[in-house]
Design a protein around this ligand. Structure first.
Ligand code: FAD
Length: 303
């Protein structure tokens, strides 16, 4: 049953028609709980409040199904404005980018040029840029882009998904880079990915421990308290330096736990999406946690 619900919401997230329609609706279905407004001003206001609590942030300018070059160029310009704002306001914040937002599905070299323009500005301001990992059809291209750019831009990293069989091998080639470790949000086939939660969780813990014992910085991105508790013990037992990792969670999820971890002295970073293109992001969150359906029902019946 859980898999059927998951597949249903992942199916909705992949529906281009609904994604296009949702941009015109404004926030609906309770999405505003997980998306920090539609513009740079609204998202940076949220960042400031979290920074006051000692929480660092990463901002994601939402955008999926980019098929027109003009959309990718507009997204690039918005990212540059965002970097300007983060720099001017000296926010404790980096940015997360999906390469499809910059035109990966249109033309790879066009996307790379856009990425370079964004990375030039980020480099000037010394702001870290993370390439989010999308579905498996974009996996190789994202890693290739990272490897191509890392020599020029030292302040970049990406995401590795523990549901992929190849995650451990790929991490070996990324030992000197800042990496975010996640379970994986897309529906992948059993030819490339573990399907069972126990296997995905086991791999997540294995990879997190390997990374924590290594030299590079790791963002441990999960809302799973079982995993977080196990890793907290591991961190204490192995005296892992707090400069080498952070916990990350998504904006609007387990907010109390986010505050508790930060107050307990763990480095903590909240991932904050903003923008009008919220539908696919929100559907993936419903796929992970159908309990969030309560928010949808409240929105439908009480507004
Ligand atoms: P789950 O397996 O969803 O949950 C495990 C257990 O945790 C649940 O059974 C429940 O007991 C508890 N739990 C979880 N959520 C809650 C809640 N809200 N309230 C109460 N209990 C809860 N995926 C990608 O593919 N690419 C990316 O670039 C990417 N970036 C991400 C960045 C961040 C900061 C985070 C947190 C996730 C990101 N993801 C990304 C999504 C990720 O891959 C997972 O799909 C998502 O995090 C759900 O998995 P989970 O680890 O939180 O645990």
């Amino acid at each position: 049953m859980a898999n059927v619900t998951r597949d249903f919401f992942i199916g909705l997230s992949n529906n281009k028609f609904l994604n296009d329609q949702a941009k015109r609706w404004g926030f609906r279905l309770g999405a505003e709980k997980f998306v920090a407004g539609t513009n740079i001003e609204s998202v940076t206001n949220v960042v400031k409040k979290l920074n006051e609590r000692g929480i660092s942030c990463t901002i994601d300018n939402l955008g999926e199904y980019i098929t027109e070059k003009s959309e990718a160029v507009a997204a690039k310009q918005e990212l540059i404005k965002l970097l300007d704002k983060v720099h001017v306001e000296q926010l404790d914040c980096h940015i997360s980018i999906k390469l499809t937002l910059l035109g990966l599905d249109i033309d790879r070299s066009f996307c790379m040029e856009n990425a370079k323009e964004v990375l030039d500005v980020a480099k000037e301001y010394n702001i870290f840029v993370n390439f989010d990992m999308e579905d498996y059809s974009h996996y190789e291209q994202t890693l290739e882009a990272l490897h191509q750019l890392r020599g020029i831009y030292p302040q970049i990293g990406t995401v590795i998904q523990s549901y992929l069989y190849r995650a451990e091998v790929d991490l070996e080639g990324l030992q000197d880079l800042r990496i975010r470790l996640v379970k994986g949000a897309y529906k992948e086939t059993e030819t490339v990915a573990y399907q069972l939660k126990e296997e995905i969780d086991r791999n997540f813990i294995l990879l997190a421990k390997q990374r924590l014992l290594g030299d590079a910085f790791t963002s441990i991105a999960t809302h799973d308290h079982h995993i977080i508790n196990e890793l907290k013990t591991f961190i204490a037992e192995n005296k892992i330096d707090k400069n080498k990792f952070e916990f990350q969670m998504l904006y609007g999820f387990r907010t109390e736990m986010q505050y508790e971890l930060a107050e307990a002295g763990y480095p903590f970073c909240t991932y904050i999406p903003f923008g009008t293109d919220w539908f696919a992001y929100f559907m993936r969150r419903l796929a992970e946690r159908p309990q969030n359906l309560n928010l949808v029902l409240k929105d439908v019946f009480y507004t």
